[in-house]
Design a protein around this ligand. Structure first.
Ligand SMILES: C[S@@+](CC[C@H](N)C(=O)[O-])C[C@H]1O[C@@H](n2cnc3c(N)ncnc32)[C@H](O)[C@@H]1O
Length: 277
């Protein structure tokens, strides 16, 4: 488990009422980032936002954070002590999150390494544990693998693949997400809206077909209307070229695929509030 450095923790504790991006004043008591443990990813995922969450997106202004397209929940991991509600339509990812939310650290520590030539099916562990390990056999995949990638077999960057370091990290973090909620449904079926920070990171319209539940299954006009009607603070992620909301350029963000760079855009509901005033 890592903690924000003193410098960045104190600088992040300030913008809560008058945020760096000019957001409205806070009316709720929201935990600050000071001394709140920041979690590392429980698993790598294609399109994961953990690395960019602090640098590129505004700080959440509400005590509740909703990630309606959860994936590996890269944004919520940075503010894990808040009330976190995840929604994920893919039953494999949903099962992995349910497992992580309830599993004991001891059980994680008992999941063995893969011996040379073995696949996850050789492990005598639950299906969810196999999927969790499967996400650590390759980097940034959209679904768990069964056998180690060449990178893992070659022993390059051992901390990036299933092994003792990863096991220890996950085990040290599971107690920090006991209060998280997970819904295995489509974003539109999420129960009762409440004022929250909504971090909306759907499969990108053009590049999001690699997911088991990808862009071809999403009605982006309906998603746009849904985003606009969320109560609270809404942050939406996309890639350059998307037009289903009036996106603005964010930054040249490195993707989880090391060889490619994508130009990220974003939309905040405060753009419209500001434009209207
Ligand atoms: C871009 S990824 C999210 C990545 C995430 N921000 C992270 O840090 O890992 C999009 C996720 O949305 C999920 N998804 C696709 N359609 C969905 C839907 N209709 N409702 C909820 N989740 C959906 C996909 O399975 C995928 O996990």
């Amino acid at each position: 488990m890592t903690r924000a450095s003193t410098e960045s923790a104190s600088s992040r504790s300030k913008p809560l009422n008058g945020s760096k991006n000019g957001h409205a004043l806070l009316r709720e008591a929201v935990p600050t980032s000071v001394d709140v443990p920041q979690l590392r990813p429980f698993f790598g995922y294609y399109g994961g936002k953990w690395r960019d969450a602090l640098k590129h997106y505004p700080e959440p202004q509400h005590a509740t954070i909703v990630e309606p397209f959860a994936g590996s929940a890269g944004f919520a991991l940075r503010y894990a002590a808040r009330k976190v509600i995840l929604c994920e339509v893919d039953p494999v990812l949903a099962a992995v999150w349910r497992y992580l939310i309830r599993v004991k650290a001891k059980e994680i520590l008992s999941i063995p390494d893969l011996a040379p030539g073995e696949s996850v099916d050789d492990l005598k562990v639950s299906q969810e544990a196999k999927w969790l390990v499967g996400f650590w056999l390759n980097r940034g995949t959209a679904s768990p693998r069964k056998s180690p990638s060449k990178w893992m077999r070659d022993g390059i960057r051992p901390g990036s693949f299933w092994g003792d370091r990863v096991r220890q990290t996950i085990a040290s973090q599971v107690d920090a997400i006991r209060h998280w909620e997970l819904h295995n449904c489509s974003y539109a079926e999420l129960p009762v809206p409440r004022a929250a920070t909504w971090f909306v990171d759907p499969p990108y319209e053009a590049a999001g077909r690699y997911y088991r539940f990808g862009s071809e299954q999403i009605d982006y006009a309906a998603l746009a209307a849904w985003c606009k009607s969320r109560p609270g603070q809404v942050i939406v992620c996309e890639n350059e070229g998307a037009t289903w909301l009036p996106f603005r350029e964010l930054a040249d963000v490195k993707t989880t695929r090391a060889d490619r760079r994508s130009r990220e855009v974003y939309w905040l509901n405060t753009f419209e509030l500001r434009d209207a005033s």
